[in-house]
Design a protein around this ligand. Sequence first.
Ligand SMILES: [Zn+2]
Length: 171
Amino acid sequence: MDALGINNPETKDTPRRVAKMWIEQLTDGERRNPDDIIRKLSRTRSRETIVVRNIEVHSVCPHHLLPYELKAHVAFVPDGYTAGFSRIADYVEARAHRLVLLEELARDIVDGLHERLKAKGVAVLLESRHGCMVFQGTPRRATTVDAFAFRGHYELDAKAQMQAQRLLMKK
Ligand SMILES: [Zn+2]
């Protein structure tokens, strides 16, 4: 507020309010250990694709400190194990509530889930809308950015990767 030269009754509590929001909402993932989120796996005999769709979260651009909105979709093929689906959504949220670039976030999620679920493969699509594209330079309100990431057989098998891509993009 000092840098902006603003000091009036309306903004008296703003620094405290903003600090609280940043700590509790926007970057709480920085202080969470993702390893604590998916602790227990359950056994499954399924070897077929499972898709968890429309995980709505937000993240923050580390370059401009502007939030961006995300819709995450996660596909995986189990290899003996699965986890609670809400745990998977919680995992995405803990990864997202940080200062992180979109494509790095996609990597973090796919790497973490691949390791923790011991899955045959994991594929992630992040659909996003960026504050940076709206509030600086030419406002581009309608622009969305998609980032994919693949691990396991999805990374190695081009056909499987194409199928996962199509599956994740299906509305
Ligand atoms: Zn930015």
